[in-house]
Structure formats: C-alpha cells, structure tokens
Design a protein around this ligand. Sequence first.
Ligand code: SF4
Length: 67
Amino acid sequence: MKIVADLDLCQGHGMCEDTAPEVFRVVESEDGSYDQVEIILHEPDSGLHEKVDSAVRYCPNRALKIQ
Ligand code: SF4
C-alpha cells in the first residue's frame, strides 16, 4: 500500500486525520491561510490498512488515493 494525496483537491477538512492519525496530519500552510493534509506514513503496515481505506473512502474531496 502506498498513499498519495492530491493537494489541489485537499481542503483540509481533517477527516483523514480523525480516521487514521498515525498516517495523516492536517497542517497549516506557510501563510496560515488554509490547511492541507500531510502524509506522515506513506507506506503504512498492514495493521493500518483498514483505517487508511476508510480515510480514502470518506475524504469529502476525494483527494486521497492508494497505489
Ligand atoms: S485529504 Fe481529504 S479528508 Fe484529508 S484533509 Fe484533505 S480533504 Fe480533508
């Protein structure tokens, strides 16, 4: 499993972080005007796959993909 985020689509809702905080973190942009996801663990081990699948499925902007 490898996770990628399309930052053009992400609007920082943070649902991914709520679902899998081991993998996703929402951070402020440098000028503080918006939030975006940061992937902390790009290739999480199998124990986290179910959480990651949920985060990808429920991202309201469909900004996350598994490759
Ligand atoms: S990836 Fe999706 S759920 Fe996560 S912060 Fe961005 S828009 Fe929100």
